[in-house]
Write a protein of this length. Structure first.
Length: 225
């Protein structure tokens, strides 16, 4: 038994050395693992033409700067909140002269996402889009649990009765659903989907270094005459 145990251990050790050597050789020879085993790139190769993605939406950022991107977002989507937090951090620092248009893509799998989108639109009607937008993301776990009027109060919406009439109506809901149709036509993999001014876009949350490089490039383009 001891002999067989030693043989087995020796064989395993040799196999480990061979595998390690192959991995090192692959790394330094420029070979990479198959695409199916790597994480998909967040960047979209093409964005369908024929649509002005910047024609509407709620602006966050300096009014004097042309919006550098349109973000189609879902208030119940964790990745949407993560991207919101990354962009907001940079915007508040004054980096990249960042100006963003937000539009809606509430996914059917999120039961309160459409209602949250309507609530943000109704708050926008009283000049409180950004506070409501930030509140909905900050209190993402409360969606569907805490009533819309309480969330509106937290966002500083001044006329709650008017707000409640708005969310009960149909006109704002149609705006939200029209945004969703535009987003679906992009045929991306999900939310958040971002369309960049000048072409291209991405899905989800790129690595921080890639995001900063992209925003810096957009900012330089916006400053050109």
């Amino acid at each position: 038994k001891a002999i067989w145990s030693n043989v087995l251990n020796g064989t395993l050790a040799i196999c480990a050395v061979i595998v390690t050597g192959l991995l090192i050789r692959s790394e330094f020879s420029g070979r990479r693992t198959p695409a199916s085993s790597r994480q998909a790139s967040p960047f979209l190769d093409t964005i369908p033409g024929g649509t002005n993605y910047f024609e509407r939406g709620w602006r966050v950022g300096p009014s004097g700067a042309a919006p550098s991107m349109v973000v189609f977002s879902d208030y119940e989507c964790p990745a949407c909140r993560a991207l919101h937090d990354e962009l907001e951090l940079r915007r508040r620092r004054g980096e990249h002269n960042l100006s963003i248009l937000f539009r809606h893509w509430p996914l059917a799998i999120h039961r309160s996402a459409e209602g949250a989108a309507v609530a943000s639109e109704c708050a926008a009607g009283q000049g409180r889009f950004q506070p409501m937008h930030d509140t909905l993301f900050a209190r993402q776990r409360d969606l569907g649990v805490v009533s819309w009027d309480l969330l509106a109060k937290a966002a500083g919406v001044p006329d709650i009765a008017r707000f409640m009439r708005c969310i009960s109506g149909d006109s704002v809901l149609q705006v939200v659903r029209a945004d969703a149709v535009v987003a679906q036509n992009i045929k991306s993999r999900g939310t958040p989907t971002v369309v960049l001014r000048g072409g291209g876009g991405f899905v989800g949350v790129p690595p921080k270094s890639s995001l900063d490089s992209l925003l810096a490039k957009l900012s330089r383009g916006a400053r050109r005459p």
